[in-house]
Write a protein that binds this ligand. Structure first.
Ligand SMILES: [Fe+2]
Length: 260
């Protein structure tokens, strides 16, 4: 048995620890949603650089392939999934390197260049790549169109109408370089379409993403070439609102636990 296996928490312990963390520290934009909570983690504990989880890639939901009839092809999803798997591998590679650092030589920490800086910056990029794509793959392959359930009411309250939200998300997607998230901020209950230019840019603490729109070219170039607007139009037609409502339920549970 390896050292990491010795230190591996079982899934129940991890989820319990996650719930406590969510309540006690008012978790953030990169807080795991339901899907991410099912990712297999083994926490490496005791290292002076902290404890992070080793993860495994989740399978691509079969429902995503139904988008082919609406313009987002199987080929795009298959290639896109390979990128996601790459982020998973890099999370584990960087986590392993941090763990093996043991007690880092803190005197070598440097904001221009240092091993600690590079590993921690790129870890945030890789983790973002994992969580953003798990969010995205989990809510495409639905019936699209106007939202249903509680999210429909919240969108109407926040944006005035579904059409207003749709117009804002599309324009935000055109203005973004990588990601757009519809997120619920539990400090004030607001709903907002946030921009992320990269996997790890512009996190907003206490805001939990309910829906993610990937506007990196790899998400649409094969099907639409440079026609990002057409890709976003297709995206609206494949949203699984049941999945978005499930994310909302998790976000509201976090808000309730945080009592802010
Ligand atoms: Fe992507």
């Amino acid at each position: 048995m390896t050292d990491s296996q010795d230190n591996r928490l079982d899934r129940r312990s991890f989820l319990a620890a996650t719930a406590v963390t969510a309540a006690a520290t008012a978790t953030s934009f990169i807080q795991p949603l339901t899907a991410s909570a099912e990712t297999t983690f083994s926490l490496l504990q005791g290292a002076s650089s902290g404890s992070k989880g080793m993860i495994t890639a989740k399978p691509l939901p079969e429902k995503v392939f139904t988008t082919a009839a609406l313009g987002i092809s199987r080929k795009t999803h298959e290639e896109h999934y390979k990128l996601y798997e790459g982020y998973v591998k890099k999370v584990n590679e960087i986590t392993d390197k941090l763990a093996k650092m043991g007690t880092p030589d803190f005197t070598k920490a440097n904001a221009t260049y240092s091993d600690l800086r590079e590993l921690k910056v790129e870890l945030s990029f890789a983790i973002g790549g994992v969580k953003n794509h798990e969010l995205y793959f989990n809510h495409i392959g639905g019936k699209g169109g106007a939202p249903t359930g509680e999210i429909a009411e919240l969108i109407k309250t926040a944006f005035g109408s579904y059409d207003n939200w749709k117009a804002d998300l599309k324009a935000t997607g055109i203005a973004a370089r990588g990601w757009v998230w519809l997120a619920h901020d539990y400090t004030d209950g607001s709903l907002f379409n946030y921009i992320g230019d990269s996997q790890n840019t512009y996190p907003v603490w206490h805001a939990t993403p309910l829906l993610g729109l990937d506007v990196y070219e790899h998400a649409y170039y094969f099907d639409f070439q440079t026609g990002r607007a057409k890709y976003i139009d297709a995206f609206f037609n494949v949203i699984d609102w049941d999945a978005v409502n499930a994310n909302l339920a998790v976000a509201k549970a976090v808000a309730g636990a945080a009592k802010v």
